[in-house]
Write a protein that binds this ligand. Structure first.
Ligand code: IMP
Length: 178
């Protein structure tokens, strides 16, 4: 599909499924060799990153575990609140090599709030993999260890990303039509 409609908005094809698959394969193979002997924990930020994570971890050929994390509200959240959420997921983070899987780093506020809380639980290491990043709107500094694509600051849907909860199902990424 060259164009899709989600809610009241029209979107046009931006990154096709083959291009996504090839980039995800490269990222997956890098992680595969970097974490070969580390038994990493893939910590997937819901909901947007679930499609990307699903494809990414198929390229990991060694022992690993996967867990999911939902940040329903990140603005103004106390770090103690975030720690409670980490515990609530029952995930053993302490001493683990954690790979945070994110769909898109936009302003960076989500990861700015999440990463310090994660680090305070005592993981052996924390690395970030994000499919997309919009460097022009990034506030502050977020280090992305494995990045799929840098994109301009237009709104995108598909491949897990939503507009008002819809549009996650498309196999490609679509950009808001001007
Ligand atoms: P940040 O906190 O501003 O970096 O935003 C991160 C979150 O906002 C992502 O995990 C997405 O859920 C959402 N987001 C940011 N930009 C987009 C977009 O273009 N399309 C869909 N969701 C987005």
């Amino acid at each position: 599909m060259r164009e899709v409609t989600v809610g009241d908005k029209n979107f046009e094809l931006f990154i096709d499924a083959d291009t996504l698959a090839e980039r995800v394969r490269v990222l997956g193979q890098q992680i595969n060799s970097d974490f070969a002997d580390k038994k990493p924990l893939f910590l997937v930020l819901l909901k947007g990153a679930y499609v990307f994570a699903s494809d990414l971890i198929k390229h990991f050929e060694h022992e690993c575990t996967i867990s999911f994390f939902r940040l329903s509200s990140y603005r103004g959240m106390e770090s103690s609140g975030e720690l409670m959420l980490l515990d609530a997921f029952g995930t053993e983070i302490q001493d683990r090599h954690v790979i945070v899987v994110e769909d898109i780093v936009d302003t960076g506020n989500t990861l700015s709030a999440f990463l310090p809380a994660l680090t305070s639980v005592g993981p052996a290491s924390v690395q970030v993999v994000s499919l997309l990043s919009k460097p022009e709107v990034l506030q502050g500094k977020i280090h992305i260890d494995y990045l799929g694509f840098e994109i301009p600051p237009a709104f995108v849907v598909g491949y897990g990303l939503d507009y008002n909860e819809a549009g996650r199902n498309f196999p490609a990424i679509y950009q808001l039509k001007k």
